[in-house]
Design a protein around this ligand. Structure first.
Ligand code: ASP
Ligand code: MG
Length: 434
């Protein structure tokens, strides 16, 4: 079995949902399809939840506009994709919309939005998109089974950011799946439930949580592969906004994902894919709108020892301190990006945002403004000569003040700490040389 997760832009509208249909039709394996809400809908739901509870003003018009927007958006998809199933699908969608409206009225009436109620409101994005897609599949004679993720993903009561109870999820998923032995399961990403002793309440795993749902389900069923379908050809080697020459990374490790995400890249959140990595399940990032592109493979295990530079990311607004003394405890932990010991000196990298200098730092003149460039890849530590050759191939570094090179940051990355200069130019050249 494989797990295929499609994000909001993949199910944005009727055309996009048809693209998803075509992708899954081409897969012969049994599959679990995990869907996000249609693009932008979760934001709208969040907005309506918040304004409904606003005590200072009656947002009646705004609320009506949002409810109408949500309604029209989903009804339009039904009208442009269904014929035989249009009536029953419209009924079900309308019933969800009524439930949503009732909850919103309740919030407006009480002028109170608890975190549990907010989750209940947010869940409608995924409930609507999966209901619609299920009927699109049926219309195409695909034998799909729609399973409410709230019967699978049991969580704690940390609403808005709930943590799944993997033991219970595993029991639920095994029980549900053994009952039906399905070829095609459709379920919601992002949502789960918590039993408060009286009733089971809807929870959410945090914004962007659908990847997490897919990884949990994949890990539990022992999926052959987890596919994360997006609207780009996989994970890019650099930020296209500051690099003319980025390309799709073919294969990378979980470690690299962690490093990239740490330095601010908008890649998969490492926490959300960890359950799959721990079970040695490969993850692929693919493009719904260019499905033959091979995308990026996040390999659970890397068996070759080939030296490879995959990606580069820069972070400005940092501070470097190199000192004989170790005064790490004086820093606010959140601001420490790196600390280590090298050539008998303590090296500390700090995030300059929110960082306040005070008298506690005696050698204040040794706090140097800097940028950090993180270069990631595979097998750096057992190929140090190749890594050095690579670094010396970057010609524009010759005219730049390289304050420190940190080899010990992680197994898959090296950090260049540089003084003020044109960081984009360096990123661009590194990217070209990869
Ligand atoms: N729909 C949710 C969000 O927009 C979850 C997700 O898309 O992953 O945050
Ligand atoms: Mg997402």
């Amino acid at each position: 079995m494989i797990v295929m997760k499609f994000g909001g832009s993949s199910v944005a509208n009727a055309n996009e949902m048809i693209s998803v249909l075509n992708v899954i039709k081409n897969v012969v394996d049994k599959k679990v399809v995990v869907l996000s809400a249609c693009k932008g809908i979760t934001d709208k739901l969040e907005q309506i939840a918040i304004i409904s509870a606003d005590k200072s003003k009656n947002f009646n018009n705004e609320k009506e506009n949002i409810l109408n927007y949500i309604k029209n958006h989903h009804i339009n998809i039904l009208n442009s994709t269904l014929k035989n199933y249009l009536a029953v699908a419209t009924n079900e969608v309308q019933s969800l919309l009524n439930d949503l409206e009732n909850i919103v009225q309740g919030v407006s009436f009480l002028k109170e939005l608890t975190s549990a109620t907010k989750d209940a409101v947010l869940s409608f994005g995924e409930l609507l998109s999966t209901t619609i897609f299920h009927f699109i599949c049926k219309e195409q004679q695909l034998n799909s089974v729609l399973i409410d993720a709230r019967t699978l993903i049991y969580t704690n009561d940390n609403y808005n950011e709930a943590a799944p109870n993997l033991e219970l999820c595993s029991q639920n998923i095994k029980k549900e799946f053994s009952k039906i032995n399905p070829d095609l399961v459709i379920t919601q990403g992002f949502i789960g439930s918590y039993n408060n002793g009286i009733i089971r309440k809807t929870t959410t795993l945090g914004r962007g949580g659908s990847d997490y749902s897919a990884a949990i389900i994949g890990a539990i069923i022992g999926a052959e592969e987890i596919q994360i379908w997006t609207d780009v050809n996989g994970i890019l080697s650099a930020d296209p906004r500051c690099c003319n020459d980025c390309r799709t990374i073919k294969q990378m490790s979980f470690e690299e994902i962690k490093d990239l995400s740490f330095w601010g890249a908008k890649v998969l959140h490492p926490k959300t894919i960890l359950p799959a990595i721990e079970k040695n399940i490969n993850i692929k990032v693919l493009n719904t709108f260019n499905p033959t592109n091979e995308g990026t493979l996040i390999a659970a295990k890397n068996e070759d020892n080939l030296f490879k530079v995959n990606s580069v990311i820069a972070k400005g607004n940092c501070i470097l301190n190199i000192s004989n003394k170790r005064f790490l405890t004086e820093f606010d932990n959140e601001n420490v990006l790196y600390s280590g010991y090298c050539n008998r000196k303590y090296i500390t990298l700090l995030n300059k945002n929110n960082f306040e200098f005070n008298e506690k730092f005696p050698d204040i003149e040794n706090f140097i403004d800097c940028s950090v460039i993180c270069i990631s890849g595979a097998n750096f530590s057992n190929n140090s000569q190749k890594l050095l050759n690579f670094l010396s191939s970057i010609k524009c570094l010759e005219n730049v003040e390289v304050l420190q090179i940190i080899f010990e940051f992680s197994f898959s990355s090296v950090l260049l700490v540089i003084g003020s200069c044109d960081v984009h130019k360096i990123v661009d050249e590194i990217s070209k040389n990869m």
